[in-house]
Design a protein. Structure first.
Length: 104
């Protein structure tokens, strides 16, 4: 007798093929000439829960390269964190730009 696949196993395989991982989005901070480095570090610590060392490294990357990836999240989380960053920056009088991009 040849090997046959059980119906349950075939259904499980079909479901795995249909279910896809959610798309991921990177949150990007953009450098400007007005937002202070200390404020960027504070945003990274408070909103993105980065350590002080990691916050400083990301901030320096943004400062030197013009922009930097803060993290990669599902869409809802990325959009929420970007919006929280924009709101906090506006409240504090900083023009800090924060965007999201789909990871391809």
């Amino acid at each position: 007798m040849g090997k046959t696949e059980s119906p349950d196993r075939a259904i499980d395989q079909a479901i795995r093929e249909l279910v896809q991982e959610p798309k991921r989005y990177r949150v990007v901070l953009h450098n400007d000439n007005y937002t202070t480095m200390d404020f960027v570090v504070e945003v990274l610590r408070c909103i993105f829960h980065k350590s002080p060392v990691e916050s400083h490294a990301i901030m320096m990357n943004v400062h030197k390269k013009g922009q930097g990836i803060v993290g990669i999240y599902s869409y809802d989380i990325a959009a929420t964190k970007a919006e929280q960053t924009r709101i906090l920056a506006k409240q504090e009088g900083h023009p800090l730009k924060c965007t999201i991009e789909e990871v391809s």
